[in-house]
Ligand binder design. Structure first.
Ligand SMILES: Nc1ncnc2c1ncn2[C@@H]1O[C@@H]2COP(=O)(O)O[C@H]3[C@@H](O)[C@H](n4cnc5c(N)ncnc54)O[C@@H]3COP(=O)(O)O[C@H]2[C@H]1O
Ligand SMILES: Nc1ncnc2c1ncn2[C@@H]1O[C@@H]2COP(=O)(O)O[C@H]3[C@@H](O)[C@H](n4cnc5c(N)ncnc54)O[C@@H]3COP(=O)(O)O[C@H]2[C@H]1O
Lengths: 141, 141
């Protein structure tokens, strides 16, 4: 099982640690999140609380959807609502990067999987890109 | 080379045909594209001309960036500018799905690759999800 063995061997390489993962705070207003997501260009990022716990995911469409009005865009809503009001909370996470096979299965539908400890601390993410690099390597040997 | 053989065998399964790929027209105004990208939730979609030729890619951040103003968001700009004013045009494409290995290599950095014929007609896209499904299958045998 060359594919499985290779994945297992590289397990710890797949984690992108929390300190280099862009995020916003659950209590930020939508205007702040709008600016962050417009500047950094990542399409979907983690939402944390002030103590570093994982709370959910946020993307620009979740925010711009709040701006849709009857005849014109509502900009005031961005100062009136918070990230916690619109973020996605039903998010599959893994406690560590050890079960590479289970994580691969999750990434069929999700471009990344947050790694969250049993006490809710955000540890980092595992992304499709890292797996794609491994498979590319495999096709060349 | 089990990985390479499997990829070759499934080449034609990887193409998502043009008729089910969400897109906008190059001459649409940004307001229209803003609404489309807010509703459909795909983070980045192809831009076509009225004859079905591939012109570029568009995402919500490319549009919201135009709204950033001195002290408040500028909504009028969405009616004043067109998709062609902000879209990304330096896009790597492939003429067909035959070179599965080359396409896999491109998808290390791009979540999808547009398939565009030699005379510029948009034929569809190849996505990471399809490759992830194949690798998931490989790890289970
Ligand atoms: N600034 C950048 N530099 C280099 N490449 C970039 C990039 N922004 C996007 N990409 C490329 O585009 C892919 C999709 O990015 P997206 O933001 O939609 O989707 C991303 C994003 O939602 C999240 N992500 C990845 N790295 C992140 C980070 N440092 N902070 C926050 N979220 C991250 O994981 C998803 C999958 O990431 P993945 O790396 O597999 O795949 C990335 C990567 O190949
Ligand atoms: N409505 C939906 N139904 C089911 N799953 C959904 C979905 N929207 C997003 N996903 C999941 O999220 C992944 C990333 O989507 P994203 O829109 O950032 O990035 C997408 C999007 O930019 C583009 N794309 C995929 N299908 C498309 C379509 N039918 N029309 C336009 N663009 C498409 O290709 C990228 C990679 O797509 P991929 O399938 O590998 O990966 C998709 C898929 O696994």
């Amino acid at each position: 099982q060359p594919v499985k063995d290779m994945l297992m061997r590289n397990a710890n390489h797949y984690l992108i640690p929390a300190d280099i993962v862009a995020n916003v705070q659950a209590d930020n207003n939508l205007y702040h999140a709008f600016l962050v997501l417009t500047k950094i260009k990542y399409s979907r990022i983690p939402v944390l609380d002030n103590a570093g716990h994982f709370k959910g995911l946020i993307s620009l469409p979740m925010i711009t959807e709040q701006m849709l009005g009857f005849d014109q865009l509502n900009v005031d809503v961005l100062m009136e609502k918070r990230v916690s009001d619109v973020m996605e909370t039903a998010v599959k996470t893994v406690p560590n990067v050890d079960d590479v096979e289970a994580t691969l299965h999750m990434m069929i539908n999700d471009p990344f999987v947050p790694v969250v400890s049993d006490d809710g601390m955000f540890l980092g993410i595992v992304t499709r890109r890292e797996y794609m690099k491994s498979f590319n390597f495999l096709t060349h040997e």
